[in-house]
Design a binder for this molecule. Structure first.
Ligand code: ADP
Length: 478
């Protein structure tokens, strides 16, 4: 079948492999390749932060603006690891020592201008095209940093391009005082509740939500949750009003990197033998000796992730034969709580405070189960790694966790599709019950291996997501 080709401009503040602070960068970096397979051409526009400056030498100028919010800006085009990148070079905004969003004294004070500038250029490229004649059919803006892009397209012209805004995390909303309205090149007459006004100020995310032709978020369940006050963080009404244009599209994972077949002691769904060897190595690394299921936790240690529930449910799990290996960093009290568990249950609980991607691979390869007790989870990656590696996910029934894990209840077991254990609500009794079910399931080797194999065969790559984005772009172009 002939694929309808199209050109997509992705506008984002980070992109793998150039710069990453979170899952946003993974998605932005994975889409161009996954969509190329579907016949789409995607270019990614992002700021040229100081650590990226050296790359400009090999790039070519394709767009310029003399006054970009207080200084000149130019767009430089080039290829990085197979991706067509557009770096927005505006030294007065991005060439500084520190992170992309914050310096040594906290958030950059001019973040509103810095990311409005990115959004402005995204909209101008839509309207006017690049110097090499390239012009997008669809502009795909990501999170609050690109939230003004659809708004600028709306107010200043879009050149016929459609716009999509993807919400990766509603917690960050790009707030700015109303006094910046004209400095940010936003029309004053649009400062009212149905458009730009947000609790007396401005929010670039809200601006994008009201202006974009379509809105997506990173899982179908999170798309529904965002319309409720518990999850919408003030924007639930705005999103609910646009319910007809909101789609949830699950993220994928890079299955070349996250595969038990490329680990040091490889295994796969057909032959799980080496998983036991990985478990032994993992046990050695954390000094553990666990008779029952060895669970792992690889996570930011925060309230969102439900880490405070672990000390409440763990004693019974340990008493029933379980063990836990923890890798994470985060809030100091939660780090301390994890360390206390290690002291309290020697040989059964091991804790590493830190960020270590290599160790996390060993943990998924050696772990029997991965715990993900999140209070909210837009998509979540670790449950997908758990699926890939046959580390049976034990997850709260929320957001992307609800969309990726099939609970091992009797019906799912009979149908042969169970891939993990889910619980609801995210509170100690339900979590404790899920851990009891984990103990029982693990004690039945045939049932356990069936769930592991189902999990490992569950598709978690980018193919499905890319097809969903492609279908959406096609719809927008029609
Ligand atoms: P979030 O983006 O909310 O932190 P996700 O599950 O979407 O949660 O993504 C987290 C990513 O970070 C996963 O790839 C996970 O493996 C990784 N990760 C989290 N903490 C650590 C850590 N301490 N060491 C290594 N990798 C980690």
């Amino acid at each position: 079948m002939e694929t309808a080709r199209g050109r997509v401009l992705s506008v984002a503040s980070e992109c793998v492999p150039l710069l990453k602070t979170g899952g946003l960068a993974d998605v932005v970096g994975a889409l161009p390749g996954a969509l190329a397979a579907e016949g789409w051409e995607m270019r990614v526009l992002m700021p040229c932060y100081r650590p990226l400056k050296w790359r400009l030498e090999e790039m070519e100028e394709v767009f310029a603006e003399a006054d970009l919010f207080g200084g000149p800006g130019r767009v430089m085009a080039g290829e990085v690891a197979g991706r067509k990148m557009l770096l927005l070079d505006a030294p007065h905004l991005y060439d500084r020592e520190g992170g992309p969003y914050a310096g040594p004294d906290g958030d950059w004070g001019d973040n509103a201008q810095r990311f409005a500038a990115l959004s402005w250029i995204g909209a101008r490229i839509a309207r006017e095209g690049l110097g090499d004649g390239w012009r997008p059919d669809v502009v795909h803006a990501h999170d609050w940093q690109a939230g003004f892009t659809p708004a600028y397209m709306d107010y200043w012209g879009s050149g016929g391009a459609s716009s999509v805004l993807t919400v990766h995390n509603i917690a960050f909303q790009g707030w700015a005082p109303a006094s910046l309205l004209s400095a940010l090149r936003l029309p004053p007459q649009e400062f009212h509740p149905a458009a730009l006004e947000y609790y007396g100020g401005l929010s670039s995310l809200k601006a994008g939500l009201v202006s974009a032709d379509h809105i997506t978020t990173v899982s179908p369940t999170y798309a529904c949750e965002l319309m409720r006050p518990e999850f919408g963080m003030g924007l639930q009404g705005v999103i609910a009003q646009r319910a007809g244009q909101v789609t949830g599209i699950l993220n994928g994972v890079d299955t070349d990197i996250w595969s038990p077949e490329v680990e040091e002691r490889p295994y796969n769904a057909a032959s799980l033998k080496a998983k036991a060897e990985n478990r032994a190595v993992l046990s050695g690394a954390f000094k553990l000796s666990v008779p029952g299921p060895l669970a792992i936790l690889v996570s930011r240690l925060t309230y969102q992730k439900g880490i405070d529930l672990i000390p409440e449910v763990l004693p019974d799990f340990i008493a029933a034969g379980g063990g836990l290996a923890v890798l994470g960093t985060g809030d100091a009290p939660l780090e301390a709580a994890m360390r206390e568990l290690e002291v309290r249950f020697p040989g059964r609980v091991g804790v590493r405070i830190g960020y270590d991607e290599g160790l996390s691979h060993l943990m998924f390869a050696g772990g029997d189960a991965v715990l993900v007790p999140s209070r909210f989870e837009p998509c979540g990656l670790t449950q997908m790694y758990g699926l890939r590696y046959g580390a049976v996910p034990v997850v709260a029934l929320t957001g992307g966790l609800a969309d990726t894990i099939i609970n091992a209840n009797p019906a799912a077991m009979a149908a042969g599709c169970a891939t993990g254990l889910t619980f609801h609500p995210t509170e100690p009794p339900a979590f404790a019950e899920a851990l009891r079910r984990l103990i029982h399931l693990h004690a039945d080797p045939a049932a356990w291996e069936t769930v592991q194999r189902n999990a490992m065969r569950h598709p978690v790559g980018w193919e499905t997501s890319a097809a969903a984005y492609a279908a959406l772009y096609r719809e927008l172009m029609a």
